[in-house]
Design a protein around this ligand. Sequence first.
Ligand SMILES: Cc1cc2nc3c(=O)[nH]c(=O)nc-3n(C[C@H](O)[C@H](O)[C@H](O)COP(=O)(O)O)c2cc1C
Length: 188
Amino acid sequence: MDTEGLMDIIEKRRNHKVFKKDPVGARDLEAILEAARWAPSPGNVQPWELVVVREADRKKRIAEIHAASMSSPGKPKEIPTVYTDPPVLVAICIDTRIKDGFPESFSREFLTYAGVGALMENMWLAAASLGLGMGTGTQPVSAQKDLQSFFGLPGHYEVPEIVQIGYPKKALGKTSRKKLEEFVHWES
Ligand SMILES: Cc1cc2nc3c(=O)[nH]c(=O)nc-3n(C[C@H](O)[C@H](O)[C@H](O)COP(=O)(O)O)c2cc1C
């Protein structure tokens, strides 16, 4: 693929939130997971485990955990359909023990989570190239204990993101970005 083709996919990629019920084919899902596998991470530590969730009752429980973590007294949150409607959810679980392995002279937080962004982008682009959509679902700190027990994770794991994958219900219009001259500064 040439740069033009790659740019086409980069620009086509969107944060989808509304999906059709149609299942995602096994080969397509594997291709998205393979793209995740090739994501870069600091020192190539690859601190992640991915959990693929497809059963309706498991997705519903995730939606309930998310809603409960976002609720406040007297302000219950509705169960978000963004976790129940898509055919596939992928929970990105991170082994936070890798933080201690990074030199103190760097931001250990940055090094721990920067790779998650790369992993998500790889998955996002692979999905877009297959005509599939992906959406993000950042998980609040207050959901972490429940997510750990739901996925049977030890205490040193976090679930920063649960992404949704499926066929988009509708094409999203063009999005916008800052112009290059608004954020690129040429020194010479
Ligand atoms: C690390 C990260 C976390 C995000 N978390 C959420 C989220 O929890 N919920 C949400 O609706 N969008 C989330 N987004 C999506 C962004 O809001 C979205 O990518 C941005 O508005 C640009 O839109 P586009 O992706 O359709 O171009 C997240 C994006 C990134 C990169």
